[in-house]
Design a protein around this ligand. Structure first.
Ligand code: GRF
Length: 194
């Protein structure tokens, strides 16, 4: 992966909602020694709460209408290229990227998922984890491939499930861990790819 002239790799973060992972990536990117800079935030949802972090931090953002997926992806790709983005971080982005899009950014798209992949791919992970009486859950940062939540794992962290845990309690505790590991995972892959 190429570096920007200022030595930092240009990355883009894709969101659809709250944006706590975006917030944490922004915070980390501002550390002097950080190896990346967020140059673009993409959202398919104009009401995504997370957009406020882009605004507050003066990061360019693109809100994209996904009614026509192929048109939407073309527009995103054009902007990513214009901004010389080298890595895409999906952070609660609720749209599935097409095979063609993924091909354009092969091994350069990563995602964070709230389970110990390969277990519990897809949605409603906390509900399913509790139903199955698991003792542990966790979160995973992985490469994005055309198979949902199935790409190579970059970083994973385990979390114990407590006796009185509910979906909400699990989500609340786990998101804090997610927010910690996502920047670390980005740092890790940039080190290996450079
Ligand atoms: C996180 O739980 C992430 O693992 C999942 O979507 C959620 C996004 O949260 N893919 P946020 O918008 O980053 O706060």
């Amino acid at each position: 992966m190429e570096k920007l002239s200022g030595k930092k790799t240009a990355i883009s973060v894709f969101i659809s909602g709250r944006g706590s992972n975006l917030k944490s990536l922004i915070k980390f990117s501002k550390i002097k020694k950080s190896s990346f800079k967020i140059k673009l935030v993409v959202s398919n949802n104009k009401n995504a709460a997370g957009l406020k972090y882009a605004i507050k931090n003066r990061i360019n953002f693109l809100v994209i209408n996904y009614k026509n997926k192929s048109k939407a992806e073309k527009k995103i790709l054009k902007t990513l290229k214009k901004k010389k983005i080298k890595l895409i971080c999906l952070a609660g982005f609720m749209k599935i990227l097409s095979k063609n899009f993924i091909k354009e950014f092969k091994f350069k798209i990563i995602n964070i998922h709230p389970s110990l992949l390969p277990k519990y791919k897809g949605l409603n992970t906390h509900k399913r984890v509790l139903e199955n009486n698991e003792k542990f859950t966790g979160c995973t940062v992985h490469f994005v491939t055309s198979r949902l939540d199935s790409g190579k794992i970059i970083f994973q962290r385990k979390m114990k499930i407590l006796k009185n845990d509910t979906e909400q309690k699990l989500a609340k505790r786990l998101i804090k861990i997610e927010n910690k590991i996502y920047p670390l995972a980005v740092k890790k892959i940039l080190k290996f790819n450079l």
